[in-house]
Design a protein around this ligand. Structure first.
Ligand code: NAP
Length: 266
């Protein structure tokens, strides 16, 4: 991990886990890392929890591409963003000492709302009706008006997000080495008036996806950015592109994305 040894720990206060986290910090200090309390000073951000905690740590620290993120799960089960286990500190130490770790890079999407607000997502953007009524979205790929969607919503997932919400919508699991976004429908209504592709589709990294919310009364959808919802607002235009940013995480040897997918789902 080189000479960049300032480490920040991101975790939810939980008295049941406090002792284990303090133990982990103390081991890190013994290994020559400096624990910092201001995440802006960190070169390494350690998220303790599960995938949800990892997503929060990345969002709260501003999707930094100049630091390494380390996911540590506190459950027995492995999770997609967490290579380490809070209860197996020996494995962590061994990995650091034997250079059994490398860096993996995860693509991020950029979301522009009505041309003035800008966000990143590591898992996905979700746009969902906030009431028990369908809503209508005109879907554009670059300048092409591709389809008019009517239904519950649309999810735009990154490759690492492909195993999350996207997968529940029968989307494909995508290798994070491919910089792309996958668009999946949530309960589309298909009839002689409204017709959509009906399957997920994947756009390459130079494409732009535009979602125009038709202003017909049901135009206050819930906008989800990973595990955070934006306060409901009247959105007209959502543009999604692959970001110039990437998220770097520590990877254990012989623990590829596909090892994790196999472990989690098969
Ligand atoms: P949550 O609703 O408490 O948990 C969602 C579950 O998805 C958790 O088991 C979480 O793992 C897991 N998860 C998160 N990111 C994943 C990934 N990239 N690959 C595989 N599994 C993943 O919310 P959360 O823990 O804060 O996670 C937020 C995510 O939940 C959203 O980004 C979205 O993808 C997903 N979600 C899914 C559905 C659905 O499938 N119908 C609906 C809404 C949201 P941990 O237990 O390790 O955190």
């Amino acid at each position: 991990m080189g000479t960049r040894r300032n480490m920040f720990f991101s975790y939810k206060n939980d008295p049941a886990k406090q002792k284990d986290i303090e133990n982990l910090m103390s081991i890190a200090k013994d290994q020559g890392f400096e624990i910092v309390t201001n995440q802006e000073e960190a070169n390494i951000i350690v998220a303790v929890g599960g995938d949800g905690a990892f997503l929060q740590a990345v969002r709260r620290s501003g999707f930094r591409d100049d630091c390494l993120y380390v996911g540590v799960t506190d459950e027995e089960e492995a999770s997609l963003y967490c290579d380490f286990n809070l209860h197996n500190t020996e494995e962590m130490i061994e990995a650091v000492h034997t250079a059994g770790v490398s860096v993996r890079r995860y693509p991020v999407i950029d979301v522009h709302l009505d041309g003035h607000t800008h966000f990143h997502c590591l898992n996905e953007l979700s746009v969902r009706s906030s009431i028990i009524k369908t809503f209508v979205i005109d879907v554009f790929i670059d300048e092409l008006h591709f389809e008019t969607f009517r239904g519950d919503g649309i999810v735009v997932a990154t490759p690492t997000g492909s195993t999350a919400y996207n997968r529940s919508l029968n989307g494909a699991v995508v290798d994070p080495r491919i910089s792309c976004m996958q668009i999946s429908e949530i309960a589309s209504l298909n009839n002689n008036q409204f017709r959509t592709l009906g399957s997920s589709f994947i756009l390459g990294d130079s494409r732009k996806l535009t979602l125009q919310i038709v202003q017909d009364g049901n135009d206050y959808p819930i906008i989800g950015l990973d595990n955070e919802a934006l306060s409901i607002q009247n959105i007209k235009n959502i543009e999604v592109e692959m970001s110039g940013k990437i998220i770097k995480t520590v990877k254990l040897k012989d623990n590829s994305f596909w090892h994790k997918v196999q472990r989690t789902f098969l």
